[in-house]
Write a protein that binds this ligand. Structure first.
Ligand code: DCP
Ligand code: CA
Ligand code: CA
Length: 367
């Protein structure tokens, strides 16, 4: 199998960069974006700060009063978070990035994985050129900078993207993975928090290289099978997770021919109930929930019609399916004259907990 080429794009000092975008005069000043809890004027925490402010030791998570203190005597500008605006900018960038990838997966508001294996025909040199091109085009069109990591899988590209910021570009070829990861502290691996890293420290494991060399059997005894194996693989730069679009790309559908051509709701629902049972089995088996429900009707003239409904919250039960399918068919019959020959039910927009490995990473995913 051809080695994969995966890119992770992480937007630089994102909330603060958005603020600079709509007010370029901020650019040379320290900019701090924070969540004001409202108790006193300065209570709350820093969401992020631009790189000018970071020179003064201001960073995500510290209290606002402390940021104020560290920036005393500067022209620092403090702003409250404006999620809606950041989402809007994020959507535009993600839309642009998606076009460069064979497969695309957004993670949080300011990160996305791009599988570009086909696009660059497996070449890391070509991937470097592509990353530079994307950087240039996004800077030109949207005036936003970001850091890129390129590696043979998601794990390596993510760590690579963190290693040079802002506006960084870090390429780690398959043969360089070990050398790249080895000297880094273990807490650079997703899932190694303070507790785990303390535990590993007691075992003499300080770097990812230490962890990679550590006896996997021992690791499993200490951390349990799932974590032990996960960390062993991760430390060795092994990660098979696919880059895949969350939701919309996937759907489950069933179609079947009615006993007779009809416009009778009861007859139609009798058939769709069977289809729903079948779909639901797959929902349970795959342990997913869905947000979109659709119906398909193939008319006696063989034309295909469809209708769908987006739910407010993800559902996973038969009841929600039955109810929505019924409503959609009621409405559909009111709008069309022809008799129906075949009917179908389709669900999409999945939220999912799929393989064990994926569960692990989403569980650990830092935003
Ligand atoms: N964020 C937040 N609170 C945190 C961490 C982050 O509200 N404790 C928000 C603000 C960030 C955004 O999430 O702009 C993205 O987080 P990152 O960790 O990617 O940090 P930045 O994009 O701000 O900076 P960097 O240039 O280091 O990526
Ligand atoms: Ca990020
Ligand atoms: Ca970022």
């Amino acid at each position: 199998m051809q080695a994969r080429v995966i890119m992770l794009v992480d937007l630089d000092y994102f909330f603060a960069q958005c603020e600079e975008l709509r007010n370029p005069a901020l650019k040379d000043k320290p900019v701090v974006v924070g969540v004001y809890s409202g108790r006193t004027e300065d209570s709350g925490a820093v969401s992020t700060a631009n790189y000018v402010a970071r020179k003064y030791g201001v960073k995500s998570g510290i209290p606002l009063y402390l940021a104020k203190k560290r920036l005393e005597g500067t022209e620092a500008v403090f702003l409250p978070v404006d999620d809606e605006f950041y989402e809007h900018i994020s959507d535009k960038i993600m839309h642009a990035l998606r076009g460069y990838a064979d497969a695309f997966e957004q993670v949080g508001i300011d990160e996305a994985y791009l599988d570009v294996t086909q696009k660059v025909q497996g070449s890391f040199e070509a991937a470097k050129a592509l990353a530079q091109k994307i950087k240039g085009e996004v800077k030109n069109q949207l005036n936003i900078t970001f850091s890129v990591g390129v590696g043979p899988n998601k794990l390596v590209s993510k760590i690579a993207s963190d290693s040079q910021k802002p506006n960084g570009l870090t390429i780690v070829k398959p043969e360089e993975v070990k050398r790249f990861l080895s000297p880094l502290p273990v807490n650079r691996l997703i899932g190694v928090g303070r507790k785990t890293s303390a535990k590993m420290g007691e075992l003499g494991i300080k770097t990812i290289g230490d962890l990679a060399r550590y006896d996997v059997q021992r690791l499993v005894e200490i951390l349990g099978r799932t974590l032990g194996v996960y960390f062993h693989n991760a430390a060795n730069g092994v990660d098979n997770q696919l880059v895949q679009e969350a939701g919309e790309a996937e759907s489950i559908s069933r179609i079947s021919t009615l006993k007779e051509n009809t416009r009778d709701l009861a007859l139609i629902l009798e058939k769709t109930d069977q289809l729903i049972e079948d779909i639901h089995k797959e929902v349970v088996q795959r342990d997913i929930s869905f947000r979109q429900i659709g119906i398909i009707a193939i008319m006696t003239d063989l034309s295909v019609r469809s209708r769908s409904q987006m739910l407010e919250t993800p559902a996973r039960y038969v009841d929600a399916l039955r109810k929505t399918v019924r409503e959609l068919f009621e409405k559909f019959l009111g709008e069309s004259e022809l008799e129906i020959r075949r009917v179908g039910v389709k669900i999409s927009n999945f939220a999912k907990e799929e393989a064990e490995q994926q569960q692990l990473t989403s569980f650990f995913q830092k935003t």
